[in-house]
Write a protein that binds this ligand. Sequence first.
Ligand SMILES: [Zn+2]
Length: 63
Amino acid sequence: MTENAEKTCLYCGRGDTDTPLVVLEYRGTSLRICPQHLPLLIHDPAKLIGKLPGAEGLSPADK
Ligand SMILES: [Zn+2]
């Protein structure tokens, strides 16, 4: 996985010139997600399967 060099939202791919990005430290790498998609990580991480390695092991905060 080499995408950590890119400063883009892991979900939509927008860069930090288009939107603020929240930096996530995860599995020894840094990932970024925009505020628009941060709720997915919190409430619906299943939507990140295929975008975020290991997303299938994450649990929604409200379940
Ligand atoms: Zn996004």
